[in-house]
Design a protein around this ligand. Structure first.
Ligand code: NI
Length: 252
């Protein structure tokens, strides 16, 4: 019972062995994967993967670092893709102030337009927030969407604010890193019914594989670490996060 709630298998790093790898993962306990879009091109490839594999679902949308490619026609294309039966969420969307090349005001505008679109299309959202904790929370409080804050990097206090709104918290392999004290504190305050696990692969491989290409088989390190922090059996983490992802993404 493993659900990788956030992956990028359309990434060029998987070009050599994508089909073999996905078949292997599915035969080895990875039941579902949601593949995430960052712009029109990667949203379209996410939908293609979802059409090819029954166990893959897609999310489509504009990552804040792609806000410059957001215009009337790309908005219409994303809207069209949102009606596809295998598209389960709008994302990843949000704010990323880490690299200063996309103006904050532009990021906010694109973020808010997509939150309105999610409401209109009745889809949950996948939030990306990096070095923008305060602004992201402020905007989310305004729209109160259904969704997940993926690869959560804020404080435990901020996590509690999102939980109050009813959102899920996504935990990646970062929790296994030596300097992960903040994420460990976050895991402690997130109840099992608000928790998701994700790889964000090909990035963020957990500790023993840190720096290598990540894939969904490495989720076990993340789940084991979460179980250790919470003092519970890893099976509980698998079953809770599996059920949560199915609920969030509306998968029967
Ligand atoms: Ni991602």
């Amino acid at each position: 019972m493993i659900f990788d709630s956030h992956a990028h298998y359309d990434d060029a790093q998987f070009d050599e062995d994508r089909d073999t790898l996905l078949a292997y993962l599915h035969e080895n306990g990875v039941d579902f994967i949601t593949n995430i879009g960052c712009d029109v091109k990667t949203s379209e490839s996410s939908v293609k993967l979802a059409e090819k594999y029954p166990f893959i679902y897609a999310a489509v949308g504009f990552h804040p670092q792609e806000a410059k490619s957001f215009d009337e026609s790309s908005y219409e294309r994303i809207k069209e893709l949102l009606s596809h039966p295998k598209v389960v969420a709008l994302g990843e969307i949000g704010l990323d102030y880490h690299y200063p090349d996309v103006p904050k005001e532009m990021q906010k505008e694109v973020f808010e337009k997509q939150l309105m679109l999610a409401e209109e299309m009745d889809k949950p959202v996948i939030i990306h927030s990096r070095d923008a904790s305060q602004d992201t929370l402020e905007i989310i409080k305004k729209y109160k969407p259904r969704g997940v804050v993926h690869c959560f990097s804020g404080s435990a206090e901020t996590a509690e604010e999102y939980i109050k709104i009813g959102m899920y918290i996504g935990i990646t392999g970062v929790v296994t890193f030596k300097n992960a004290r903040k994420t460990v504190e976050v895991v402690k305050v997130v109840p099992n019914n608000r928790l998701l696990i994700e790889t964000d692969c090909p990035y963020l491989a957990p500790a023993p594989m840190r720096g290598k290409r990540c894939d969904s088989s490495l989720l076990k390190y993340t789940a084991e670490k979460i179980a250790e922090i919470k003092g519970t059996a890893v099976e509980h983490i698998y079953s809770a996060t599996f059920q949560n992802a199915k609920t969030l993404y509306g998968i029967k």
